[in-house]
Design a protein around this ligand. Structure first.
Ligand code: PHE
Length: 337
């Protein structure tokens, strides 16, 4: 017939597919294409049978290419590349066969807290993890060299930046962003949330890294009573039960008057009457803070509050040691799955 041995060509092509990392190239190779060019050289009577034989080879090689490509894809996801973005590794069978990860309990609870405030009409913005002296102190009415600055045990980078020691670093930004809304008779209402850092010795109730949530509200007639109502409503929603509240005077340069806000530990969470837990700092925004953001304190008034997330969560779940949160211990984290 043609003098070409299709069986031999088929065997060579299949071997090529088997050893190639790009098996589809075999379908474009000269050896593959040559089979077709032979058809035209044949006697018309031979063409049909030869064409059919070539087609059989083609089908077999294509099937092998397809199979090889699938195998290569599987191999790719079986190889866990720790430097790859998550979704590249997500389908790897060895990951699926271990347990799936979940949100960190603090992430989940912060979402819950922010959700409660957004349902009350507050916007939400994440705080920065590196900030400057102005937003940490200056914009918040801390005089230069004032001892109140020392109370925050702030870290500083060599360049003088500050990993924020409280989410109040966001107040000035929220006020400036919102001041046009005030002119249209809309209040400023926003919460900020995020990581804060203090140069603290770590023990069961102190961490150098923790989370805060802060609220800012400004309108032409904001009152301390509105603030207390907002906070009580938040705590009652978060804990799902009636909560008693109490305040006592406290000093923060950025509020006047300034208060410490406590709740009575609910009986359902193991509390006895008189078990007061200090939850946050709050007060009416100091006129200087409003002024620095370009808001006229004779026309507008505001309140602000801010406090740690961990203590909220510890009370809700009866967690006794703050250090669990940053420990990365799976036995602890799995309790929240
Ligand atoms: N930023 C203060 C702190 O972390 C808390 C606070 C926020 C007090 C807002 C008053 C108003 O100690």
């Amino acid at each position: 017939m043609t003098g070409i041995d299709l069986e031999k060509i088929k065997a060579t092509l299949l071997a090529d597919v088997a050893k190639s990392d790009t098996p589809q190239d075999v379908l474009r190779s000269p050896a593959f294409k040559n089979m077709y060019s032979q058809i035209g050289k044949l006697e018309p009577s031979e063409r049909a049978a030869f064409g059919k034989a070539v087609n059989d080879v083609k089908v077999a090689v294509e099937a092998a290419v397809h199979q090889k490509m699938t195998d290569l894809e599987d191999k790719d996801v079986n190889t866990l590349d720790v430097t790859a973005p998550w979704d590249v590794n997500a389908g790897a069978p060895q990951l699926l066969s271990t347990s799936q990860g979940t949100q960190h309990p603090l992430t989940r609870e912060i979402e819950e807290v922010v959700d409660i405030f957004t349902r009350m009409g507050f916007a939400a913005v994440e705080s920065r993890q590196i900030d400057d002296d102005f937003h940490m102190f200056g914009a918040l009415n801390f005089p230069e060299n004032h001892p109140a600055r020392d109370g925050y045990d702030t870290f500083r980078t060599e360049e003088g930046f500050i990993p924020p020691a409280h989410t109040s670093t966001m107040q000035h930004r929220i006020l400036k962003d919102g001041k046009d809304a005030l002119k249209h008779d809309e209040p400023i209402a926003a919460v900020s949330y995020g990581r804060v850092f203090r140069n603290e010795d770590v023990d069961a109730t102190h961490e150098h890294t923790f989370y805060q949530v802060e609220g800012v509200f400004v309108s032409d007639d904001a009152t301390l009573g509105q603030m207390l109502g907002t906070l009580r409503s938040f705590f009652e929603t978060y804990y799902g039960q009636a909560v008693k509240i109490k305040t006592q005077p406290a000093y923060f340069p950025f509020v006047e008057p300034g208060l410490e806000f406590a709740i009575e530990k609910p009986a359902a969470l193991g509390g006895k009457p008189g078990d007061w837990l200090e939850m946050l700092g709050c007060g009416m925004i100091h006129p200087n803070v409003l002024k620095m953001a370009g808001i006229d304190p004779t026309k507008y008034r505001g309140f602000a509050w801010g406090g740690g997330v961990e203590r909220l969560v510890m009370l809700k779940y009866g967690i006794e040691d703050l250090r669990h949160f940053e420990s990365g211990k799976l036995a602890f984290l799995r309790k929240f799955v």
